[in-house]
Structures are given as C-alpha cells and as structure tokens.
Design a protein around this ligand. Structure first.
Ligand code: ZN
Length: 335
C-alpha cells in the first residue's frame, strides 16, 4: 500500500471547491508517454495551473500501469525542478470499470479514481460506485462517478448513442453513492469524430461542420438539483481545425473531424463544471507535428527530432486550453 500523499500528489477535493468558487475548470489531460507528460507539466508549471493527470484503460494497456504511476511520481519531482514549489498534481484513473481496478489504483498511489458504471442499470451503478467510494474514502482518495451515457469512442469505452443525464436522478445518486464528483452527459462525446455530418450543420462560407450545441438546459437543471456539486465533462476536445489541416496537408486523412467549440467549454467552465477532460486534441497536435517533420524532412530518423516538435506543439495546446478555455491559470492554492 502506497499513499499518494507520500508521492506528493493531491486529491481533487480542494481543487474542485476552489474551481467552483472561482468560476474556472481544472484541466484533466490524459497521458501515455514521456513527451506528453513533459508537455503537460511544463505548461502547468508555467501557467501556474493545478492539473489532473489521467490514466485511461488504453494508456494502461499501451504503457503499463506501473510505469505510468512512476512517471506521475516523476512528474511531481520534475514540476519542482521547474520551480513549482508545491505541485498540485492529481493522478486520476480514467474510466475505471471494476472495483478491483479502482482498489488497485488506490493501493498503488493514485489520488483519485473514476468508477464508470454508467452502462449498468441505475441501481447497479449506485451499488458499484458506493463500493468504490467506501473503499477509496478510507484513504482520502476522491471518486468520480458517471450518470448518463456519452456517445463516441475513447480507447475501449464506446457507445453509439448518448443518453443525457437525467436531472431528477442526480440527488439520489450523489447522496446514496457519496461520490465526490459526477461526470454527466450533455452532448459532449469521446474521440475526434464527435458528431456525424448528419448531426451538424455546415458553415456556408467555409464548408466546415458546425456541431450541435451542448445541452446547457440539462446542465442548469443538474446544478439546480445539486448546488455547488463538482460536475465533470468528458469528451471535451475541440478538434482544432488548424491541426486537422496540417495533418491532411501532410498525407493524413481526417475528413470531417469535429469537436466541441471552445466558447461552449469556456461557458461551462464558469459553472459548476470543474473538470474538463481533453485527450484527442493533444493526439491531433502530436500527429500534426510529426507528419509535418516527416513531410518536410523525409530523411529524418531520430525520434527526438519529431517527438520534440510534437512535445512543443502539445505544450502550446495545453497552455492555450488552460489560459483561454478553462481559466485555471494562476489558480494554485496558497498552501
Ligand atoms: Zn471519458
């Protein structure tokens, strides 16, 4: 048993309380490799933003859960080297799908876990979530739960259709499970193809797809039921067109990739939404930078020469998200 506190990590409780009060959201960035982690830590240290490092099922399969945990521990030390005296870094399990997995993360030094039982019937979701909460809270590890179903594909989490969270269920769910935050479904979606062209309209000037707006009425109704309760948005990449264009101009093929407009995420950040998950955008930044190097310098074979520019572009993306979308810059707690 390793406590996250020994590793210098923090849970989400204080982060979320401050974010709700301050009208901003904490970035939750997924990481799978060293370059991504370096970019996240550098961006957060420079902008003075708290951060949630997320480990998904796909990341665990790709990079190994043990290695990722030690990388997060390394991230704390790296942040200190960058002059971030008391790093506010949370290590979070993204989309945990069983009690055993959540327990293993709690026991291994994660400071926060998500139990996603949203695909189960309501009562089973409550029972499993409560079991995880009861275990995690013994060690002061915070728990995110999910109610409602997001569409899209994220690693091994996928659903063809979304079901908005029912506002009439949230009080019962939060009370009976004791969860610390709630991921809801209001129209965000996993992956780089969040909407089909049929679900969108087309901008007559640019020919680009315009996605349907988020269901802010559902969010408002949830906040009315659960005032001041931390809300989480998954699937909140905006799929920047500039990256898609670079990819497509350099041999890639991402037709009609579409995300959530940043203005809508900015608006959500000012509400009780205090954690916004961004994964696909950094994948796009990484791919755009790598494709550009390969197209311009076909003789390049040193991975540092293409992973380096990828890291730089991801760092730029993370800073932009923190400063211009989530508003978490300069929000390190005074402790
Ligand atoms: Zn997700």
């Amino acid at each position: 048993m390793v406590s996250y506190k020994e590793l210098g990590l923090v849970n989400t409780r204080e982060m979320f309380a401050k974010a709700i009060k301050g009208g901003y959201a904490i970035p939750a960035f997924n990481f799978n490799n060293m370059e991504q982690l370096q970019a996240i830590v550098k961006a957060c240290a420079e902008t003075k933003s708290p951060v949630i490092l997320q480990v998904s099922k796909g990341a665990r399969n790709y990079a190994n859960q043990t290695l990722l945990r030690y990388m997060a521990q390394g991230a704390v030390e790296y942040a200190k080297e960058l002059g971030w005296e008391k790093p506010q870094i949370c290590l979070h399990l993204d989309h945990g799908d069983s009690f055993e997995l959540c327990k293993s993360c709690v026991d291994f030094g994660f400071s926060s876990v998500m139990i996603d039982a949203s695909s189960l019937p309501y009562e089973e979701n409550i029972a499993l979530t409560k079991k995880v909460v009861d275990y995690a809270h013994q060690y002061d590890v915070t728990v995110e739960a999910e109610l409602g179903v997001l569409a899209g594909v994220e690693d091994e989490v996928s659903s063809a259709v979304s079901h908005y969270t029912k506002p009439e269920e949230v009080v019962d769910f939060a009370t009976r499970t004791g969860c610390d935050s709630l991921a809801i479904s209001i129209g965000t979606s996993h992956g780089a193809y969040k909407f089909t062209p049929e679900q969108c309209t087309r901008d007559p000037k640019t020919g680009k797809l315009v996605p349907p707006p988020l269901a802010f009425d559902v969010l408002d109704a949830i906040m009315e039921q659960l005032p001041g309760f931390p809300i989480v948005l998954h699937g909140s990449s905006s799929v920047p067109q500039e990256y898609v264009d670079i990819i497509n101009a350099n041999g890639g093929k991402l037709p009609d990739a579409v995300g959530i407009p940043e203005e809508q995420l900015r608006l959500a950040s000012k509400s009780a939404v205090c954690k916004i998950n961004i994964d696909s955008d950094s994948r796009l930044a990484f791919t755009a930078a790598v494709r550009k190097v390969f197209a311009e310098k076909p003789g390049e074979f040193d991975p540092r020469k293409y992973c380096g520019p990828a890291r730089d572009l991801m760092e730029e993306l993370y800073k932009h998200k923190i400063t211009d979308v989530l508003g978490s810059d300069g929000k390190l707690a005074q402790c």
